[in-house]
Design a binder for this molecule. Structure first.
Ligand code: 13P
Length: 277
């Protein structure tokens, strides 16, 4: 169908009461597995890559692959630059055809976060793309770096950032965390409800790997529209390769197919939950 701005997917999902999965990819196997799942379920999806992953998957190589997969898919797909840390890389992602970017200035005081997000908004508008910002801190980054202490979002700051910047989506910290959880996550639904009452914009849940299906559904029914999943897919692909390599005879292409299948199964499972059917 097409490569679309993220905003279009999220507004439709918000209206119709389902969640859109934003799946992190690092190579062609994951891209193929993700699109196969979305096409089979006939559901929209977001393909994304975080700036911290670029040492492994250079942007100028993976971006054209992600954009081509989206353009050729039989369902709407947005291509999103996750956790953009500086304006230069965000600009590069937009030049390479990303239809959405996240500016992650959440570690900075809210005034600074707003100032940088406003700057990004101006650039993104020239491309007709969408912007996600974050309020509060998840602590650990997607690649495991950073300080583990989280700072829950302050709904008043969520409102302020929205009013000042007009972003298309806002990521919250409500007890969610990147990477697998050491103990079952306890999400603070009061913060989610309060933020959802204060802003009309779709809300984003990062750290999807390890959140229970009932909690996913509860989040979607209370304002979360975009849900990020990374670690669970990376592990599913690694485990699929390890399982395949237990065979007596192996070859590269069958292993690649097993890896694609690992991504597909994990992503399909999450998409089914997010569809709220
Ligand atoms: P997980 O790795 O915990 O699934 O988090 C993904 C994420 O939020 C990417 O931004």
């Amino acid at each position: 169908m097409s490569l679309v701005p993220m905003k279009d997917l999220l507004l439709k999902a918000e209206k119709e009461g389902y969640g859109v999965g934003a799946f992190s990819v690092a190579d062609m196997e994951m891209i193929l597995g993700a699109v196969k799942a979305a096409e089979e379920l006939q559901l929209p999806m977001i393909l994304q890559i975080a700036q911290v992953r670029l040492p492994y998957s250079p942007l100028d190589k993976i971006a054209p692959m992600m954009a081509a997969a989206a353009r050729n898919a039989s369902v709407p797909v947005a291509v999103h630059f996750d956790h953009g840390l500086d304006i230069e890389m965000i600009q590069k992602a937009l030049d390479l055809g990303f239809t959405s970017v996240m500016i992650d200035a959440s570690k900075l005081p809210i005034d600074e976060n707003i100032r940088i997000t406003k700057e990004v908004r101006k650039i993104v508008d020239r491309y007709g793309a969408s912007v996600e910002a974050e309020v509060g801190q998840l602590g650990v980054s997607e690649d495991g770096s950073g300080d583990a202490s989280k700072i829950h979002s302050d709904p008043k700051e969520v409102k302020l950032l929205y009013e000042e910047t007009g972003v298309d989506a806002i990521a919250l910290s409500i007890g969610n965390q990147h990477g697998f959880y050491k103990a079952a996550p306890v999400l603070n639904f009061d913060i989610l409800d309060e933020a959802n009452d204060l802003v009309p914009v779709p809300l984003v849940l990062h750290g999807g790997s390890g959140i229970s299906d009932p909690d996913f559904r509860k989040c979607i029914s209370r304002g979360i529209t975009k849900i990020n999943v990374a670690t669970a897919t990376f592990c599913a692909v690694k485990d699929a390769a390890a399982e395949y390599l237990k065979n007596e005879k192996t070859d590269y292409f069958s292993m690649s197919d097993a890896m694609m299948h690992g991504a597909y199964e994990n992503i399909k499972r999450h998409m089914q939950v997010f569809s709220m059917k």
